[in-house]
Design a protein around this ligand. Structure first.
Ligand SMILES: *Cc1c(COP(=O)(O)O)cnc(C)c1O
Length: 497
């Protein structure tokens, strides 16, 4: 299995190269040249497997340059039983009739990014051994919350890696801050910066390309890499859970082998839903992929009209991980749906960079609409959805999941298409206690973060995930705060250069 670039069809790299390198040199994203095909028989044979074995079965087809031993080491390390609060890793829960929820937040940081960021460090270190002479990989992350913690937890104590995370000192929730400042591990460091997320992000980017720092790293046999979602190594783990949920639906008797399902995904950077698209192209019987957005509805507009336009107001919502105006992974979809037209993709991406917008042909958007449907929700309906969903089904969902639930309900009302459906649930409600409690109870009266968790537990009876509850007793390890101009100094200090 070889990979090419969305902006240059002549490129051919191995999986290990794609993962170690992260992004193609001319700025394109790595994509598989062809997709492995899974017959219904093969999918059915995965029903009796554990999540780990399902993952091996799918990933083996994509990581053909990994030996069986290497693949086993990666997958067994990533999804080890002690790391996930469900023995199914990503369980599918039936809430009512044909409505099912795929819970992707049972990992160590209680958000769906664990599904990929638990595996990525393993894939990256094995890839580096193959392609980068076993250099120590230094991961630099600028985060507005979820990604930083999930990356820290994934890279914690992984041999031959170090990870440094920068977050805006006043830009993350109290729970997210505590998650990061109490991080354990010998190869991790966390630093707050005086500035906002964009400041952290641009400083990290300039450190990445600073030749003096790179030279010093090379002297110590280290290299930078990135853990963000354009890396193929973050996308490929996500394909697995679509196969896994289909198997679980078969096992629960909700469908028969070969029956189609719909999938609804709360979307930001378009990584999660794109993994669903790959699963469909590989033979998984998915009828529609429903793309759910919050008030930052740039994707809804694109999927309805064919015009992508990021020149619009940016809203800060209660589903912050979906507050995004440039959905990077859409580039991969455009590549595949346009018949691997790298020139077209390169041109559209130039238009996006230069003018902030592009429009695709009527034919292309019609093809995309065959596969994708889209909708968005207002902030008020997120609150009422959390409340109604809890009252009707005794099922508590977080703000991001609520966006998907509401868009799904609208989709069924509009189309009547109510075949068995899986709605991705991307975070534990306790990660966003203030918003969720507010929606359920209408009142959060001066409670601190842990009091809100307790109150939410009292009101709803939903289990509090251990990794969040145990934060209360953890020691704060990282208290550094620096100015954005001093971030490169901080990198020197933290890496002992
Ligand atoms: C990152 C994230 C999303 C968006 O996922 P994409 O793959 O970027 O579309 C949705 N919900 C939560 C909780 C997230 O952390």
């Amino acid at each position: 299995m070889l990979y090419t670039s969305t902006r240059d069809n002549s490129i051919r790299v191995s999986a290990a190269q794609a993962i170690a390198q992260g992004i193609s040199e001319e700025g394109g994203l790595f994509v598989p040249v062809e997709l492995p095909q899974f017959s219904i028989e093969k999918i059915s044979s995965m029903v009796s497997m554990s999540y780990i074995d399902r993952a091996k079965t799918v990933l083996k087809e994509f990581l053909t340059d990994f030996s069986d031993e290497e693949l086993n080491y990666c997958v067994e390390g990533a999804y080890a039983a002690e790391k996930f609060s469900s023995s199914k890793v990503a369980p599918t829960v039936n809430v009512d009739g044909n409505k099912n929820i795929l819970e992707l937040w049972h990992g160590p940081t209680c958000a769906f990014k664990d599904m990929a960021l638990q595996l990525l460090p393993y894939l990256m270190t094995v890839s580096a051994k193959k392609t980068a002479d076993g250099k120590t990989i230094v991961i630099l992350v600028a985060t507005s919350g979820d990604t930083g913690k999930a990356a820290l937890e994934g890279f914690k104590n992984v041999d031959n890696t170090k990870i440094l995370v920068f977050y805006p000192v006043d830009g993350v929730s109290p729970m997210q801050k505590l998650q990061m400042t109490t991080q354990e591990g010998d190869n991790v460091a966390v630093c707050a910066i005086n500035g906002n997320f964009d400041d952290a992000q641009s400083a990290v980017k300039s450190i990445f390309t600073n030749s003096e720092i790179k030279a010093q790293l090379a002297e110590k046999n280290m290299m930078f890499s990135s853990a963000n979602s354009i890396n193929w190594g973050r996308l490929v783990p996500q394909i697995v859970y679509y196969f896994s949920t289909y198997c679980d639906m078969l096992e629960m008797g909700k469908i028969k082998a070969g029956d189609e399902i719909n999938v609804v995904v709360p979307t930001g950077n378009f990584g999660n839903i794109l993994a669903g698209y790959y699963a469909k192209k590989m033979g998984l019987p998915i009828k529609k992929l429903v793309c759910a957005s919050n008030s930052n509805n740039v994707l809804t507009d694109f999927l309805k009209t064919g015009t992508y336009n990021k020149n619009r107001d940016f809203y800060t919502t209660t589903s912050p991980s979906m507050d995004i105006l440039i959905s990077s992974n859409l580039e991969r979809l455009l590549y595949h749906m346009s018949g691997e037209n790298a020139e077209l993709v390169a041109d559209l991406m130039t238009q996006l960079a230069d003018n902030g917008e592009y429009t695709v042909s009527d034919e292309l958007i019609a093809d995309i609409k065959e596969v994708f449907s889209a909708g968005f929700t207002s902030e008020e309906s997120v609150d009422s959805t959390i409340k109604n969903h809890f009252n009707s089904y005794n099922y508590l969902c977080d703000t991001h999941t609520a966006v998907a639930v509401k868009v799904y309900d609208d989709y069924v009302a509009e189309t009547g298409d109510d075949i068995p459906t899986v709605i991705d649930s991307t975070a534990s409600p306790y990660k966003f206690s203030a918003s969720v409690l507010n929606a359920v109870n209408g009142d959060t009266a001066q409670l601190d973060e842990f009091e809100m968790v307790d109150e939410l537990n009292k009101v709803t009876g939903a289990d509090v995930p251990k990794p969040l509850a145990s934060l209360k007793d953890k020691t704060v390890r990282f208290t550094d705060v620096c100015n954005k101009e001093d971030m490169s100094q901080m990198v020197f200090k933290l890496l002992d250069l």
